[in-house]
Design a binder for this molecule. Structure first.
Ligand SMILES: Nc1ncnc2c1ncn2[C@@H]1O[C@H](COP(=O)(O)OP(=O)(O)O)[C@@H](O)[C@H]1O
Ligand SMILES: [Mg+2]
Length: 349
């Protein structure tokens, strides 16, 4: 720990959506930090609040009926407190986002090059010619072959992987200090996925970008992230360094995620086991621990505590670099004896 404030600090972030059925608590008290040059992997099943919480950083809930509270401090500035104009200036320059589906982020009627150049011109006083030169440079940087020709192509003339590269070029053209990548490779085949992830690592090394990488795939997290935040039902349920979380997970939900992904240092001859049951309702979440209705280990906790009392996110048995939201008092033993052998995972040092 240092005396200086973290580069990005999220404190008790809540994003609630009023609906005719009641209040949807999509993000319910989320806190984390991220430093420049580091990647935080946010994982969790669909609907756990990954996108909603991250969109709040870019102010994307402004102008909607969402109720957003808490604090989001980026480089000392509280992003929830600044004006819409200031937020617009930061969006696309200081903070940028890439999505799963580049087609939805790119207009079909404009060339790829025009759209990337436009992203540059919005934030810089440059001529069209300078913007085009810079666009070609970025296309080259993200690995588009013959960028001086492809710059005039339309999005549909690019393959899925190339479109994702182009979107990364557009996101990075103004050297943002924070990049939010929301399932950036989910729609791509495995080879292209690996190339795109490599590209992000390269760019991070060159530009010292802080990256929030949202994925439901722990394999991707294992490859890319320095820190990991596991979300369930709008809350963090486990948080720590990737090494810690992946080798000594202490939350049964994380164990479930580990047994449902193909390649996190596990014995791949063993079957993948999806987590039984459904994600919790965010309108009427389960009492106690949100995960208890699906948790195969709740009977190890005496007094039915899991169904009555919400566990806090607290340091587990391995210290303050590893937080978990679970009542189990001996998760390391349960994991080593019951879970790790079943999923063929070696318990790390
Ligand atoms: N505008 C909205 N109104 C009501 N509910 C919403 C709205 N946007 C998102 N949600 C709900 O918030 C929850 C979290 O969504 P999201 O963050 O997109 O999940 P994911 O973890 O898959 O990215 C989901 O249940 C979703 O239905
Ligand atoms: Mg999402």
């Amino acid at each position: 720990m240092t005396d200086t404030a973290p580069f990005l600090e999220i404190e008790d972030l809540k994003v609630f959506f009023p609906t005719s059925d009641g209040l949807v608590r999509a993000t319910d008290g989320l806190s984390y930090t991220l430093e420049k040059g580091r990647t935080l992997g946010i994982v969790g099943e669909s609907g756990s609040g990954k996108s909603v919480s991250s969109s709040a950083i870019l102010g994307l809930h402004r102008g909607s009926n969402a109720q957003v509270s808490g604090r989001i401090t980026l480089d000392g500035v509280d992003l929830l407190a600044i004006s819409d104009n200031e937020m617009r200036r930061k969006r696309g320059s200081e903070v940028a986002m890439i999505f799963q589906d580049p087609l939805s982020a790119m207009h079909p009627y404009y060339t790829v090059g025009n759209q990337i150049a436009e992203a540059y011109l919005v934030h810089n006083s440059a001529s069209k010619k300078e913007a085009r030169t810079r666009t070609i440079e970025m296309l080259d940087r993200v690995g588009i072959p013959q960028p001086d020709r492809r710059v005039d192509d339309y999005p549909h003339q690019f393959s899925g992987g190339m479109r994702q590269r182009a979107m990364i070029a557009m996101a990075l053209i103004n050297d943002p200090t924070l990049l939010i990548a929301d399932e950036p490779t989910t729609a791509l085949d495995v080879t292209v996925q690996a190339q795109i992830l490599d590209l992000l690592v390269d760019l991070q090394r060159d530009f010292d970008t802080a990256i929030i990488l949202i994925t439901h795939d722990l394999g991707v997290v294992a490859e890319m992230s320095h820190d990991v935040l596991v979300m369930y039902g709008g809350r963090a349920v486990e948080y720590g360094t990737a090494k810690e979380i992946l080798s000594h997970p202490e939350m049964p939900y994380t164990w479930g995620l580990l047994s449902s992904v193909p390649d996190v240092a596990r014995d791949t001859s063993l079957p993948l086991v999806p987590i039984p049951g459904n994600p919790p309702s965010l309108l009427n979440p389960p009492s106690g621990c949100h995960f208890h209705p699906r948790c195969p280990h709740k009977d190890k906790v005496p007094g039915g505590l899991c169904s009555t009392t919400t566990p806090e996110l607290t340091p587990g048995s391995r210290g303050t670099n590893h937080l978990k939201r679970c009542h189990l008092t001996n998760p390391d033993e349960v994991f080593a004896e019951e879970v790790a052998p079943e999923i063929g995972l070696e318990v790390g040092a």
